[in-house]
Design a binder for this molecule. Sequence first.
Ligand code: ATP
Ligand code: MG
Length: 379
Amino acid sequence: MKVLVLGAGQLAQMMYLAAAPLGVEVLAVDVSKNTVVHPLSKQLTDIDLTTAINDANAITVEFEHIPEDLLAQVDLSGKLFPNIASIMAGADRVREKQLLNQHNIANCEHKIIRHVDDLEGICELLGEQIIFKASRDGYDGYGQWRLKDSNQLALLKMEFEKLDLQAVPLIAEKMSHFDREISIVGARDLQGNISCFEIAENLHYQGQLHVSIAPAPNVSLEVQNKAKTIFTQLAQGLDYVGVLAVELFQTGDELLVNEIAPRVHNSGHWTQQGADTSQFEQHIRAVLGFPLGSPKAHSVTAMVNIIGCTSFSRDLIGIEGCHLHWYGKSLRDKRKMGHINVVAENYSELSSKLLNLLSFIPSESFPLLTDEAKRIAEL
Ligand code: ATP
Ligand code: MG
């Protein structure tokens, strides 16, 4: 069996690694060149795109920002999972908001900005603290502007005048003062069965995910049910097949959807060591029509992103339950270079292991870890 992944980054790489034991071969497409490459070495293969599309049993994506002509070409094969509407809903925040509203799913109060004049009265509508997001091609906090008070609006307006807002509108979103960020990652198979992993708690720094803890501590039954309901509504509504991630803001027992990702997701990386089936294997199973695996979490896990950093001791893998996943990319500021999964029997053991981990990595590249390790010790 063969799966073709559009996109050749770390997510394609991890799908490749998860698919191999199932006897499934994964190839990746470099979407900037429309070439077929090996997902691990990134070496060009001698297979052309049309042949790879014809040979694949299923075709999927590792990120949502795929050129639309390529998506349309692949869609003609009838083997694209998730479907094109799901991918586009993840790629375009205007469509995403429409989808959420169509299903009556609570999300941040917002206004679509298609012209700078649309900013008139924005603070009266949404308050003084607003986050502006480009509706397309944003990730890891890129393509975002934050308004801290209305005095800054004139300056932002000048910035926005340089953009083509007709082509790529902005979403002006009310800044939410949530208690925490969580996500639910799960899969829907070809028969419509849904299987969700435990909810993860996600810690962001400067708009970028740094740490996930799963299962998230102190999730009430109500929050669990609400998250599962939202996931089910979206997955069914989209006739989704594959792994889907939903990012949520939690305040008390209330949930707002921040965004959806129509793919395997960074906040699901913990499943590689912390769950019976990893999200990568689950995705491969789903798109090929195999039965889904057990999503059960058998440990507590911390997933720690390695961001813009290569200077750490690989001896960290000597910590019991500590696993390094290295993406083999060249170093750039704020670039996700790899991640570390640390598994433990309980939060207090996890805390000790994270404190131990800090002796192998430069703390300035992991600004949230010390406090997080101390926090979970108290649970
Ligand atoms: P990623 O690729 O990491 O998911 P992104 O660029 O797609 O990020 P968002 O998820 O929309 O962007 O925003 C990044 C982070 O910024 C969120 O995880 C959250 O911490 C913060 N953020 C976004 N929207 C809001 C909001 N309305 N109120 C408060 N914080 C927000
Ligand atoms: Mg996000």
